[in-house]
Design a protein around this ligand. Structure first.
Ligand code: UD1
Ligand code: MG
Length: 457
C-alpha cells in the first residue's frame, strides 16, 4: 500500500561526539539513515520525507540520493515540531502516514507493515516494547486495555515511571487527522518541547482508537545515541546475519568474529574461518572455503575454491577449484578461471587468467590476458603503465615466464613460449621458442676483490 513515511533525523546526536551527523554513521557498512530508507522502500512506495536539522546538507544529500524528499527543521523544538514541518510535504492521496526514526536502523519492514495494517487509516497505531529498564522512554499509560496517553519520562509521576511498556518512537496515523492535529500540539511540559507523543491524548479526546502493537524484539527498536550503542547494534545485526547463514548450512568458525557489510550469498558446504569481512555483493559457490582474515568485496568465488588466510579480493571472479593466497590481492577486473593458483604476495588487476594458470609467488599481473596452464614465475611483473597510458599484455596457452621477468606492455607472448628468467621483454616473443632478454653471464678469470688498506698510525 502506498503511504507517507516521515523519517525524523534532525537531532544532533551529541553523545556520538562526532563531526558526522548521527544518522550518517554506518552500521554493517550502510548509514543508519539508509537502513531506515531501505525499510521504507520495502513497504512498497509512496512518499518518504526526511526531517533534517543538524548536518542538514549532508543528510539531505543522502536522502536525495535515495529519492526521498526532505524538509529542514530549524530550530529543533521537539518531535511534534519535527512532524509539523513535514505536514506540507505529506501526500493526501496516501491515507496513512508512518513515522520512523533515523537513528533506529534495524526496524524490519514486516514490523512496520504490521503497524500500518493496525492503523488501517482509521486508528492511531503505536509500536511499543516492554523494557526491564524503561528510563528515558515515553510510558504507555492505559486504562484497562485501552491506551490513554504517552507520558514522557521527565513528565511522569513516580507511579507512571513504574510502567515497563514504552513507546519506541514509531507510529502510524491517519494522514488527514495527523496533519490537522499535529498543528495543535502545545509545548507546556517539562522540556518545553512539542511532543509528538501528546498526539495520543488528542486521539483519545477525538474518539480515535489508539492501538499498541508490540515489536518482535528490542533489536529492531533500539536507537543509536553513542558509539557504544552503535557497536552493540552492529554485533546484534552481525549475529543475526551469522545465524541466518548457519541455518542455511554455512559453517562459520565463530559467528562472533564475522562481518557482512552488504549481501553474502552462499551455496552448500561453504566454510568461513574467523575474522572475515564480506562487503558489497559476494557469492560463495558450493564447497568454497575462506581462510581466516580475508576481506572480500563484490566478488564471486567458484565451487570448491580455497581462499587462504589474509587474502584481499575486490571486484573479482575466482573459478571453481582455484587456490588463492595466503596474502594474495585480487583487484577489480581479475577474472580467474578454474584451477588457477595465485600464491603469496601476488597482485592481479583487470586481467583474465584461463584454466590452470599459475602465479605462485611475488608477482604482478595488470591488464593481462593469460592463457591456460601458463606458469608465471616468481617476481615477474607486467609493466602495464608507460607513465601516461595503460597497455595490455597477452600471454598464450602453456607459456612459461621465467622468474623476475618484466613484460613491457603492449606485448604478446606466443603460445608455448618460454621466457628466460630475468628478461625484460618489450617486443613480441614467438610461440614455442625460448626468448631471453638480459645481459649474458660472463666470468672474468683471475679477478681479485679489493683489499682493505691497513692505515699506519
Ligand atoms: C522519543 C519519544 C519517547 C520514546 C523515545 C523512543 C517524544 C516526545 N518522545 O523520545 O516517547 O520513548 O523517543 O526512543 O517523541 N528529532 C527531530 N527534531 C526534534 C527532536 C527530535 O528530528 O526537534 C528526532 C531525533 O533526531 C530522533 C527522534 O526525533 O531521531 C527522536 O528524538 P529524541 O530526542 O531522541 O526523542 P526522545 O527524547 O528519545
Ligand atoms: Mg531518543
Amino acid at each position: 500500500m502506498a503511504l507517507n513515511v516521515v523519517i525524523m533525523a534532525a537531532g544532533k546526536g551529541t553523545r556520538m561526539k562526532s563531526a558526522l551527523p548521527k544518522v550518517l554513521h554506518r552500521l554493517a557498512g550502510t548509514s543508519l539513515l539508509q537502513h531506515v530508507l531501505n525499510a521504507a522502500a520495502a513497504l512498497g512506495g509512496g512518499r518518504t520525507v526526511v526531517i533534517t536539522g543538524h548536518g542538514a546538507e549532508q543528510v539531505e544529500a543522502a536522502a536525495a540520493a535515495s529519492g526521498a524528499a526532505f524538509v529542514r527543521q530549524m530550530p529543533q523544538l521537539g518531535t511534534g515540531h519535527a512532524v509539523q514541518q513535514a505536514v506540507p510535504a505529506l501526500d493526501d492521496r496516501h491515507a496513512i502516514t508512518l513515522i520512523l526514526n533515523g537513528d533506529v536502523p534495524l526496524i524490519r519492514a514486516e514490523t512496520a507493515a504490521a503497524l500500518v495494517q493496525a492503523c488501517g487509516g482509521s486508528q492511531l497505531a503505536l509500536l511499543t516494547i516492554e523494557l526491564a529498564d524503561a528510563t528515558g522512554y515515553g510510558r504507555i499509560v492505559r486504562e484497562g486495555p485501552s491506551v490513554r496517553a504517552i507520558v514522557e519520562h521527565k513528565d511522569a509521576t513516580p507511579a507512571q515511571r513504574e510502567i515497563r511498556e514504552v513507546y519506541t518512537g514509531i507510529m502510524a496515523a491517519p494522514t488527514a487527522w495527523l496533519k490537522r492535529r499535529v498543528m495543535t500540539l502545545s509545548n507546556a511540559n517539562v522540556q518545553q518541547e512539542y511532543y509528538l507523543t501528546d498526539l495520543v491524548a488528542l486521539a483519545v479526546a477525538d474518539g480515535l482508537t489508539v492501538v499498541a502493537a508490540a515489536a518482535a524484539s528490542d533489536t529492531e527498536v533500539l536507537g543509536v545515541n553513542s558509539p557504544l550503542q552503535l557497536a552493540d547494534l552492529e554485533r546484534r545485526y552481525q549475529r543475526a546475519e551469522a545465524e541466518r547463514l548457519m541455518e542455511a548450512g554455512v559453517r562459520l568458525a565463530d559467528p562472533a568474529r564475522f562481518d557482512v557489510r552488504g549481501r553474502l550469498d552462499c551455496g552448500s558446504d561453504v566454510e568461513i574461518d574467523i575474522n572475515c569481512v564480506f562487503e558489497g555483493e559476494v557469492r560463495l559457490d558450493d564447497g568454497a572455503r575462506i581462510g581466516a582474515n580475508c576481506i572480500i568485496r563484490d566478488a564471486r568465488i567458484g565451487a570448491g575454491a580455497v581462499i587462504h588466510p589474509f587474502t584481499h579480493i575486490e571486484g573479482a571472479q575466482v573459478g571453481a577449484g582455484a587456490l588463492i593466497g595466503p596474502f594474495a590481492r585480487l583487484r577489480p577486473g581479475a577474472e580467474l578461471g578454474s584451477d588457477v593458483h595465485i600464491g603469496n604476495f601476488v597482485e592481479v588487476k583487470n586481467s583474465t587468467m584461463a584454466r590452470g594458470a599459475k602465479a605462485n609467488h611475488l608477482a604482478y599481473l595488470g591488464d593481462a590476458t593469460v592463457g591456460e596452464r601458463v606458469n608465471y614465475g616468481a617476481g615477474s611483473i607486467t609493466a602495464n603503465y608507460d607513465g601516461a597510458n595503460k597497455h595490455r599484455t597477452v600471454i598464450g596457452n602453456d607459456v612459461h615466464i621465467g622468474s623476475n621477468s618484466v613484460l613491457r606492455a603492449p606485448v604478446t607472448i606466443g603460445a608455448g613460449a618460454t621466457i628466460g628468467a630475468g628478461s625484460v621483454i618489450g617486443k613480441d616473443a614467438p610461440a614455442g621458442e625460448l626468448t631471453v632478454a638480459r645481459a649474458r653471464q660472463v666470468t672474468i678469470p683471475g679477478w681479485h676483490r679489493p683489499q682493505k688498506v691497513s692505515k699506519k698510525v
